[in-house]
Design a protein. Structure first.
Length: 331
């Protein structure tokens, strides 16, 4: 098992995929299940690199990882959050491709092997984009992948923001990294990565198992966390929006679509999480001052068009305040 002091001893051959697992204060069996799911893939030992970044857990998981001593690189950092942990993993990685994995999730063998087959057959792939599931069983039949540029895909589709939803060629990242110290770091990182990828392959294979744990950071509902989440997503939206002026016309249209979708979701979350007319009015006022409201009249989806019309009037916003929290509670 390599640790932070001997990470220079990477394998001489370039692995096909570096798996960057971020870990913080989780039950060891979940981490072991995550590692086992990678070891079960159709990759030889020289084709994979498993990097576990421990984000300053209260107790190191190393004693529970001894069985994987020859298969993993373990590094422990001072607690700095998910972004810093992933950025350290990127810095350490030597694989041709990167795969981010949260330690409480795992990869599904047959669907993920399908994604690896795409990499092997399509030597020009910059990204392979796949699907998530929280179901115990998944289909064993897989579709033929669709090839498209990242910018074109972003222009015409809504994307899943999670960085765990694709395999990406390491060189495509360039200097792109996750913004430290914020929630929703994926929502900023992912669209900027898509416009860097010239050739992406899309498959509907459900290759990633997302573990819906009630105590995870993505499900925290205390007021301080809610406020910080809303503040951080607004910051992401503003940074992406201000960046569009420096992009090419096609990239600008692509990122603008993502900005519009995130703005819609920000208004939605403000309604559902705060249930406050004052908070909603302040949200709308701030977006308006930045040129982000009213939402642009675009045919992205029926949901977007409906939400845009509802938020454009005081009566519509009142109806949303009364309806949306109830609808979310019933789901």
């Amino acid at each position: 098992m390599q640790n932070q002091q001997d990470t220079s001893l990477h394998r001489s051959a370039e692995p096909l995929v570096s798996f960057i697992i971020t870990y913080y204060n989780l039950p060891i069996p979940l981490l072991c299940q995550c590692v086992d799911s990678i070891l079960s893939l159709s990759l030889r030992a020289t084709e994979r690199e498993i990097i576990i970044v421990d984000d300053g857990s209260e107790v190191s998981p190393m004693n529970g990882l001894m069985q994987y001593a020859d298969d993993i690189i373990y590094v422990r950092q001072k607690n700095g959050g998910l972004s810093q942990a992933r950025n350290l993993g990127i810095q350490m990685a030597s694989g041709r491709y990167l795969q981010f994995v949260d330690a409480d999730d795992h990869l599904l063998t047959a669907p993920y092997d399908h994604c690896l087959d795409i990499l092997r057959l399509q030597g020009d792939a910059d990204m392979v984009v796949f699907d998530f599931t929280s179901a115990d069983k998944v289909s064993a039949s897989f579709d033929a992948p669709t090839r498209i540029s990242g910018t074109d895909y972003l222009r015409h589709h809504n994307i899943h923001g999670s960085a765990c939803g694709y395999i990406v060629r390491r060189m495509v990242l360039g200097e792109l990294r996750f913004t430290p110290g914020i929630y929703h770091e994926d929502e900023e990182f992912t669209p900027l990565l898509f416009i860097r990828a010239e050739r992406i392959y899309i498959t509907k294979a459900k290759a990633y198992f997302y573990n819906r744990r009630p105590q995870s950071i993505t499900t925290a509902t205390d007021q301080a966390t809610t406020r910080q989440r809303l503040t951080d997503i607004k910051g992401v939206i503003l940074r992406l929006y201000r960046l569009t002026d420096r992009l090419s016309p096609t990239d600008r249209v692509a990122v603008q679509r993502r900005v519009d979708q995130l703005t819609m979701d920000y208004i939605y979350q403000t309604i559902v999480q705060t249930r406050s007319r004052q908070q909603l009015d302040e949200c709308i006022e701030q977006l308006q001052a930045e040129g982000l409201f009213p939402l642009p009249d675009r045919d992205y989806s029926r949901k977007y068009q409906w939400f845009r019309r509802m938020t454009n009037s005081s009566i519509g916003r009142t109806l949303l305040l009364n309806m949306l929290p109830l609808m979310k509670r019933e789901k």
